[in-house]
Design a protein around this ligand. Structure first.
Ligand code: PMP
Length: 426
């Protein structure tokens, strides 16, 4: 049996860990079957506990943009670990990573490191509220900003995969301060702003959405949000946990040529170790403790191992900015290959792509927001996912996720992936 050991490990895991996993999407619930347990990984591949090799299209859900176990990152972590793993005191490497990040990203003066994307978004919203003195935020249906209470309102990603975009446990009191707009629909934002004059602290958005599949902002949408924020004294928060240091050095702000007021990072900035961060201009960041009154803290924040992985990763990207174009080219190759195959099969589909983010939706209507993303044919998706898995191609186990290409993928790997799709019957 191809997945014998993985299945046995899952049985054991379920005895001690709720659902056998430490993050819900890993459990394969949306697609059925038992999850794959990973043993090790290198470059574009991982190997499971049964010895099967997979071409990996999630790469830890984004962080490993240069592939698994990338030597400069691994070596930096090993060397750092020999000198101690955590101090709870300032270390020089925190400033080094901060300085590098600030030099790469437009429009930010200072950055604060935390331990996850969730923490980054949660803290950024607190800062926006503290700075503006207002309570409400606008988020978009299908966008995911981590599992902090205020974001589990029509959330995307695992939350919607598991049918709980509004989680039990989030109080009415919290929910009332999160207003919901439609992605790519400025009118839905204007209506909320008009109905809540002087009450909205922030609009938080994934500038390229990746948690309802990959969804690209339509012409004028992001500029429209910027205008509304400027007119109404609202802060524009870009959740660049996926897009930061992936679309280019300067992330979505640079790619879309829009300045955000606070930018949140995760994934790539930690090089595969637990790091999140939020950043803004001096005027806003000075409101943060210990300089200002908005409290935010963390025992392991700025952890030396995490900082060394992040520093090695960003240094690589800074030295080799051609990586971003190479990744976009590879993603385009996959897109074209999938297009050719699927056209021949005659089944309805849409492919959305931006840079190295891409998703396939089994529907004939354009996927521009959560509603259209949810129209995808789930039976087709399950066949696709499991068919590809059995051919050694690991895709996100939910239609509501973007794929993340990594630069270790070769054109041979991409062609193997396209051929695998060609061999499937729907
Ligand atoms: N924001 C976005 C856009 C994300 O995609 C994610 C996670 N996939 C998060 C925030 C939360 O990050 P984390 O899982 O590190 O808490």
């Amino acid at each position: 049996m191809r997945y014998q050991r993985s299945s046995a490990l899952f049985v054991e895991a379920k005895k001690y860990i709720p659902g056998g996993v430490n993050s819900p999407v890993r459990a394969f619930k949306a697609v059925g079957g038992d999850p794959i347990f990973v043993k090790e990984a290198k470059g574009a591949y991982f190997y499971d506990e049964d010895g099967n090799r997979f071409i990996d299209y999630i790469a830890s859900w984004g962080p490993l943009i240069l592939g698994h176990a990338h030597a400069p990152v691994i070596n930096a972590v090993i060397e750092k670990a020999k000198k101690g793993t955590s101090f709870g005191m300032p270390t020089e490497i925190e400033t080094e990573l901060a300085k590098l990040a600030v030099s790469m990203v437009p429009n930010i003066d200072k950055i604060r490191f935390v331990n996850s994307g969730t923490e980054a978004c949660m803290s950024a919203v607190r800062l926006a509220r503290g700075y503006t003195g207002k309570d409400k935020i606008i988020k978009f249906a299908g966008c995911y900003h981590g599992h902090s209470d205020s974001f589990l309102i029509q959330a995307g990603s695992g939350a919607v995969t598991f049918g709980s975009p509004n989680s039990p446990g989030v109080t009415q009191g919290t929910a009332k301060d999160t207003l919901l707009a439609k992605y790519n629909d400025l009118e839905s934002v204007r209506a909320l702003v008009t109905a809540n004059t002087d009450e909205i602290a922030a609009i938080i958005i994934e500038p390229i959405a990746g948690n309802m599949g990959c969804i690209v902002p339509q012409e004028g949408f992001m500029a429209g949000l910027r205008d509304i924020c400027d007119q109404e004294g609202i802060l524009l928060l870009f959740d660049e946990v996926m897009t930061g240091f992936r679309l280019g050095k300067g992330g979505a702000q640079e790619a879309l040529d829009i300045n955000a007021d606070i930018v949140m990072f995760g994934k790539v900035i930690g090089g595969g170790l637990p790091v999140g961060a939020f950043a803004a201009r001096e005027e806003i960041m000075s409101h943060l403790a210990p300089e200002g009154p908005v409290y935010q803290a963390g025992t392991l924040s700025g952890n030396p191992l995490a900082m060394s992985a992040g520093l090695a990763m960003l240094t690589e990207l800074e030295k080799h900015p051609e990586v971003f174009e190479s990744l976009a080219d590879k993603t385009e190759h996959l897109h074209e290959g999938f297009d050719n195959v699927l056209k021949n099969k005659g089944i309805p589909y849409q492919i959305n792509r931006y840079g190295s983010m891409i998703s396939l939706h089994f529907t004939d209507t354009p996927v521009v927001d959560f509603e259209s993303s949810a129209k995808g044919n789930n039976a087709h998706f399950k066949k696709y996912f499991h068919g590809m898995l059995d051919k050694g191609i690991y895709l996100p186990p939910s239609a509501f996720e973007s794929y993340f290409l990594n630069d270790a993928l070769s054109y041979g790997d991409l062609d193997e992936t396209i051929a695998a799709l060609d061999s499937l019957t729907f």
